[in-house]
Design a protein around this ligand. Sequence first.
Ligand SMILES: NC(=O)C1=CN([C@@H]2O[C@H](COP(=O)(O)OP(=O)(O)OC[C@H]3O[C@@H](n4cnc5c(N)ncnc54)[C@H](O)[C@@H]3O)[C@@H](O)[C@H]2O)C=CC1
Ligand SMILES: O=C(O)CCC(=O)C(=O)O
Length: 390
Amino acid sequence: MYQIRTYNKISDKGLSRFSKDQYNVGEDVGQPDAVILRSQKLHNEPLPESVLGVARAGAGVNNVPVEEYTKKGIVVFNTPGANANAVKELVLAGMLLGSRGILQGKDYVNTLGDMTDAGEMSKLLEAEKKRFAGSELAGKKLGIIGLGAIGSMVANAALALDMEVLGFDPALSVEAAWRLSSNVRRMESVQALLSQVDYVSLHVPAIEATRNLINAETLSVMKPNAVILNFAREAIVDASAVVEALNAGKLGQYICDFPEPCLIGHDKVVALPHIGASTAEAEENCAVMAANQLMDFLENGNIVNSVNFPHTVMARGEGGCRITFTNENVSGVLGNVLSVFAANNVNVIDMVNKSRNDVAYNILDLAEKPSEDVIAALKAVEHVISLRVI
Ligand SMILES: NC(=O)C1=CN([C@@H]2O[C@H](COP(=O)(O)OP(=O)(O)OC[C@H]3O[C@@H](n4cnc5c(N)ncnc54)[C@H](O)[C@@H]3O)[C@@H](O)[C@H]2O)C=CC1
Ligand SMILES: O=C(O)CCC(=O)C(=O)O
């Protein structure tokens, strides 16, 4: 039986992918082969040595100590694009909240609970509604920083709303470029983008290069009425610099999915409790994708959508036994492993060897299962980090 530990609320649609006769799945699983989670922070949570893979049912992996796991040979997966539509829709809602007096108007109407005369109420509302007037999105400039799964969807939706869209993404993937409308104007720098836009939406991962991307300096080039939308991560925006800019009349509004103490109660801030991906559809998509990827990894050794290991897939062939191993990405390791097979008359039928940064990953189909001594000799090869017999 494979053991899967879960953290957070993972959709049943995903968890039910794990067949009951092959998988034991739950929060209390003691010696897990794999972990499936959403936003649980794993940095200070020691994982048992038994863990081979961690699947983030979502996009961002800043809650997982990826570098540390890579050194241990733990494969980290995410589910690219599986919740992108949910985030896109909330960003659109965020832009509408920023452009019209929706929340303010609703709050005002809710103060009228003591009125009993409908005619009086109607007269009052018609007199007061000018306080809640807004402006339209059509014709406004939206800047998008990060044009991956979410950013490209937001860009295309904004174009459909007749907005002018400017984008910045120095590492745009080919797939993302295919998804993106050619009407998105490419900008060469964050500053150039920020200085022109009425709205800016952030869709970059939280990594060292994006920490405090929005700070006092970048804020200083923005239009005084501009609206920042942050549905990416807290770390990307210096919230105290944002509050200073809002208070000084140098920024219009801040709309985000990441409340921080300094933002609470500010009348130019709309802060939501990290609900960008909280739709039934996104939760299901992410959970199903994460479960499928984990099953393929545990049962076949295949690696799809990993953030730290190379994409490695080999169809199951005639072989009687499959071995996978991870090694430090230095020369000679594969040769030394194959020498162990040769010295012990083990026939390798098929194999694939891929590398990514400091790790290499290998899948080998063998004519038959090697002896325990051979397996021990393989594990002892210098620079081999971990090895599985499937
Ligand atoms: N609020 C929520 O519930 C959710 C938040 N997110 C956040 O949104 C982020 C983006 O998600 P996806 O679009 O699915 O990821 P993605 O990986 O498809 O796209 C990220 C894009 O950012 C670009 N990028 C990286 N560094 C950059 C930089 N310094 N400047 C400009 N662009 C840069 C990449 O080239 C890539 O195209 C996630 O990493 C996560 O933190 C994702 C899903 C839900
Ligand atoms: O699982 C969630 O609700 C959070 C989603 C998220 O932030 C992500 O996918 O990066």
